[in-house]
Design a protein around this ligand. Structure first.
Ligand code: MG
Length: 281
């Protein structure tokens, strides 16, 4: 089933430091929906501290869902190897539950061969204007979208690519690593809301914190759907390009920023509400 949301602008304010988040807000959180590249990684790799944070969250019954633009092929392997509740691939295209359960296609693709051919045609059209763009290494492992490396494309060029995709009937987004030609209406928020509704219905929006670092995470920062959102510090370089901004921002960048959030969540669980000074950290 696919759901199309009417995402509207507004309600986005400058993010506050994560240190200003309230006790009550933190102690409600039971599920972390997080981007991967630039948010869990540090210079492109997972660290021992990140894996420990994921283990500690799981041990405290705080579920972690990865919501990434990476391909179905990559996410299939990653989701089965990491201590997480599941992973959403291709910016909301597919859901990989934990364990060895079958993946779920969130964006229906009736004819896969035809779909890939149409995406390839759209990419060739973009190459006519931007001859330097190269197909990403993981593009062959994709189902719903088509990717090329973000390389040295500047904001104006990225806007032109977005416009060209829209003219061809496709959506477009980009992260710190890749550009995506994708079905219109497919984004991280749409995919995450669908997964929460159908597979994790016990979590209310106040129990979810969304985390990211890049323009392809902006729908996760839409406070109409996710009232508690966090950007790791490197998100600040994209502030002018985000339609929605995170509610809070960490002091540290990349995976260290995620670990900062994780330690806030775990510390709050250790303090009984009766002993906490309300909303003072
Ligand atoms: Mg990212």
């Amino acid at each position: 089933m696919s759901r199309h949301l009417n995402v509207t602008a507004g309600g986005s304010k400058d993010p506050k430091p994560l240190s200003e988040i309230s006790f009550s807000c933190l102690s409600n959180i039971r599920l972390v929906a997080t981007d991967m590249d630039g948010t869990l990684t540090r210079r492109g790799k997972f660290t021992a501290a990140l894996l420990q944070a994921l283990e500690d969250l799981a041990a405290s019954d705080i579920k972690v869902l990865i919501v990434t633009g990476r391909s179905a092929g990559w996410v299939s392997g990653l989701s089965s190897l990491m201590p997480i509740a599941g992973a959403i691939a291709e910016n909301g295209g597919l859901f990989f539950p934990s364990g060895n359960q079958k993946p779920v296609t969130l964006t229906p693709i009736p004819d896969l061969v035809n779909h890939r051919q149409h995406l390839a045609t759209a990419f060739r059209q973009l190459q006519k204007k931007f001859s330097q763009i190269q197909e990403s290494a993981d593009n062959r492992f994709r189902i719903t979208d088509w990717t090329f490396d973000v390389a040295a494309l500047n904001p104006s060029e990225l806007q032109t690519l977005d416009n060209l995709c829209q003219q061809m009937g496709w959506g477009f987004t980009y992260s710190n690593v890749q550009c995506h030609i994708k079905p219109q209406g497919q984004d991280k928020a749409v995919g995450l809301l669908q997964v929460l509704c159908e597979y994790l219905p016990k979590y209310s929006s106040e129990q979810v914190v969304t985390v990211g670092d890049s323009p392809n995470d902006e729908s996760l920062f839409n406070q109409s759907y996710f009232p508690v959102s966090v950007g790791v510090a490197n998100v600040l370089e994209y502030m002018n390009q985000l339609q929605y901004q995170p509610a809070y921002v960490t002091t540290s960048a990349e995976g260290e920023g995620f670990c900062e959030l994780s330690s806030y969540l775990l510390k709050r669980l250790e303090i009984p509400k009766s002993q906490a000074v309300p909303d003072l950290l």
